[in-house]
Design a protein around this ligand. Structure first.
Ligand SMILES: [Zn+2]
Length: 97
């Protein structure tokens, strides 16, 4: 994986927009989480000239572009967890009752 993409991935994981399946270690997109938090963090890191985003040379747009690419490329649940969806629906039902 390209280093820049690894940075975008790290930001997505840190803000829990992307999650790692605890069973299979696969990365997936949690659509219950508002992705704007990841974009806000990305812009903030570039604005503060953090060393970890130095490769983007103060270009927050390049980082947010890559971030949105990384997020949209991820599956909506762990591809190896057929029960992930069922668990989620069950949780939604519990909230409603
Ligand atoms: Zn899984």
């Amino acid at each position: 994986m390209e280093h820049k993409q690894a940075i975008a991935l790290e930001i997505a994981l840190q803000t829990h927009v992307l999650q790692t399946c605890p069973v299979h270690n696969d990365i997936f997109y949690d659509d219950d989480v508002d992705p704007s938090g990841a974009f806000a963090l990305a812009v903030e890191l570039v604005r503060q000239h953090k060393a970890c985003v130095g490769e983007f040379h103060d270009d927050a747009h390049a980082l947010t572009d890559l971030l949105s690419e990384t997020i949209s490329a991820a599956p909506h649940s762990c591809p190896h967890c057929p029960s992930a969806m069922a668990t989620k629906n069950e949780a939604a039902v519990l909230r409603l009752t």
